[in-house]
Design a protein around this ligand. Structure first.
Ligand SMILES: Cc1cc2nc3c(=O)[nH]c(=O)nc-3n(C[C@H](O)[C@H](O)[C@H](O)COP(=O)(O)OP(=O)(O)OC[C@H]3O[C@@H](n4cnc5c(N)ncnc54)[C@H](O)[C@@H]3O)c2cc1C
Length: 377
């Protein structure tokens, strides 16, 4: 079996590694001319790290990242509102949750993939179905024949547009700034993700390595992201705890990424004949649960098991059956969390904060229990 993967993001690379491990040959096509390290961090939750353990990558990821033992929601002054204790899941699965620089993770995945060639500067433009296979056309003029295609080409997936033209991308009306700064957090914050919720904005930060802190900041807009300027970032978070203000101040402006937050309205189909979707191309989510890449990594594991076990149609249908409910649960919950986090009305904010304080830790644990549990195949 030969499989062509479109997109060398976390989903595409992890899938190629998982398939290689099963002895299935892949080719990976990536639109970028060069894979540049993204200047941001990522949290690899327990479910993603369980997959990387199976792929033999756990140790190297742990060595290059920082373990996180709790995820906290706080007020803007960093007073706690809710806490998810990750150490319980660490013990249960014998796996840590790791925060890591995205550039480091990309490099680890690329290094592991050495036998598979990543064809850079290959932006897929169209897929044509022939009697026995498909013709893939790329912007650089190249054309290849393919028998099985996996779209790992992200939110605006060309592969998805080919097989599911009627899906819709939803704009969350939130701008997001992300950065990495060279500093050491106060000791009590070193092994935690903290996300401070204010009034229609929030700020998250986490240590990703020695002397490296990843942070993200979001703000709601009415029409578009141009309502806000990076130059005013310090001003938007002027009422926040001094740890947050220091993080913003210490980050070089030219290294801050700005993006709008969107997701994919849940779709009921992830494949058509020999063309399948994984990661954001199938179920892009808002980042509010820190699960987008983790879900892509789970796809990689489940799909590689299914492709190893079944013929192609059954493999895609089993993969969809095993993965779709959980991925959609994340998309829906994440969308709601994003709305709740940005309440503007003081009464609603007060009610929300009270509710967050009152939710018993056993309820938080139960919700995460489902998310961190891998499918059994
Ligand atoms: C602010 C923010 C914070 C986040 N934090 C977390 C987190 O802490 N934990 C977590 O698990 N997730 C997080 N996510 C989500 C995570 O980044 C994504 O879910 C994940 O990167 C999806 O991986 P992917 O490989 O499916 O898609 P992508 O990362 O989008 O990769 C797609 C790849 O395909 C390539 N491509 C696109 N079109 C074509 C084409 N036509 N031809 C060839 N190549 C193409 C692209 O260049 C890219 O390399 C966050 C997202 C955001 C926005």
């Amino acid at each position: 079996m030969n499989i062509d993967i479109i997109g060398a993001g976390i989903g595409g690379l992890t899938t190629a590694i998982a398939l290689e491990k099963k002895g299935i040959k892949t080719r990976v096509f990536e639109q970028a001319e060069q894979i540049k390290p993204v200047g941001a961090g990522i949290i690899l939750a327990n479910n993603a790290m369980q997959v990387y353990e199976k792929l033999g990558l756990r140790k190297i990821i742990e060595e290059n990242g920082n373990p996180i033992s709790s995820m906290n929601i706080t007020k803007s002054n960093l007073k706690p509102l809710s806490r998810i204790d990750l150490s319980y899941f660490e013990r249960r699965h014998n796996i840590k949750n790791i925060a890591i620089h995205r550039g480091k993770l990309q490099q680890i995945l690329i290094n592991r993939l050495k036998p598979t060639k990543i064809e850079l500067n290959h932006k897929l433009t169209s897929i044509e179905k022939n009697t026995n296979d498909y013709s893939l056309k790329f912007e650089n003029g190249n054309q290849i024949q393919s028998s099985i295609i996996l779209g790992a080409d992200g939110l605006n997936s060309i592969v998805r547009q080919n097989i599911l033209p009627n899906n819709s991308i939803r704009n969350a009306n939130q701008i997001c700034w992300r950065g990495v700064t060279e500093c050491e957090l106060p000791i009590k914050f070193r092994n935690e993700l903290n996300e401070a919720w204010g009034k229609s904005e929030r700020f998250g930060f986490v240590q990703i390595a020695e002397n490296k802190v990843y942070w993200y900041a979001l703000k709601s807009f009415k029409k578009n992201k141009n309502e806000f300027s990076l130059n005013n970032l310090e001003q938007y978070f002027a009422d926040y705890n001094s740890v947050i203000k220091d993080i913003i101040k210490s980050t070089k402006k030219e290294q801050i990424n700005t993006a709008e937050i969107s997701d994919l309205k849940p779709t009921s189909i992830w494949y058509k004949e020999n063309v399948g979707l994984i990661g954001d191309s199938a179920h892009a989510t808002t980042p509010n649960m820190g699960q987008g890449a983790c879900q892509a990594i789970e796809d990689a594991f489940v799909l590689s098991e299914c492709l190893n076990k079944y013929e192609i149609t059954k493999a895609f249908s089993e993969y969809q059956k095993l993965r779709l409910p959980k991925a959609h649960q994340v998309v829906k919950a994440s969308w709601l969390v994003g709305k709740m986090a940005h309440f503007k009305n003081p009464l609603l904010i007060g009610f929300r904060n009270q509710m967050l304080r009152l939710v018993p830790s056993s309820v938080n644990r139960k919700q995460n229990e489902q998310i961190f549990q891998l499918a059994e195949i």
